[in-house]
Design a binder for this molecule. Structure first.
Ligand SMILES: [Zn+2]
Ligand SMILES: [Zn+2]
Length: 180
């Protein structure tokens, strides 16, 4: 039973849950794990009155906020489970007045919404956040850097563990060493 919520302020607690869950998942039948993921998405959509379409031709998902609907690839892996969770995150977490939507080359998007949809995915996953799920995030999220400014951009770097985020962490570690 998942009792975590996105409001969990303690990020390290969530990271620990995922680590322990990953270890537990490893001893389970992989087909059962995926079945559990599939059931989880179906249950969430039913519970929140979201119409879900599973479309074989899709590489990524799409969320339609006004219609409370989403189209996602069928859930056959942790990768596609993460995609479905992310799109659900968009539907569960509306764009807020404090967010900044940014238009680039005629395309408008909200960096904060992308970050919070991934945060929601991670906080609500019933399986440990795996390398495959993280790869999905790292493949998708940095493309929104052009739609993000200030804090939102840094959150994208941190979540997606970009080279810039790794460099920043390295510098901070070096700084701590110098002033010890
Ligand atoms: Zn937004
Ligand atoms: Zn998104």
């Amino acid at each position: 039973m998942v009792t975590r919520r996105l409001r969990t302020r303690n990020v390290s607690l969530l990271e620990r849950w995922h680590r322990e869950r990953r270890e537990a998942d490893a001893s389970l039948n992989p087909a059962h794990v995926i079945e559990r993921c599939r059931q989880h998405i179906t249950d969430l959509c039913r519970k929140h009155s979201i119409t879900v379409t599973f479309d074989n031709d899709l590489m990524r998902g799409k969320a339609f906020r006004l219609r409370r609907a989403m189209s996602v690839p069928p859930i056959r892996s942790r990768w596609t489970y993460a995609t479905a969770l992310h799109e659900l995150g968009h539907l569960m977490m509306p764009c807020e007045a404090s967010h900044r939507r940014v238009t680039r080359h005629g395309h408008t998007a909200c960096g904060e919404c992308e970050v919070q949809a991934w945060q929601w995915a991670k906080a609500n996953s019933v399986v440990g956040w795996s390398a495959e799920m993280q790869s999905n995030l790292e493949d998708a999220l940095p493309s929104y850097l052009r739609h993000a400014q200030g804090d939102a951009a840094w959150q994208i770097h941190a979540m997606a563990n970009t080279p810039l985020a790794r460099r920043k962490a390295q510098l901070e570690r070096a700084k701590r060493r110098t002033f010890k």
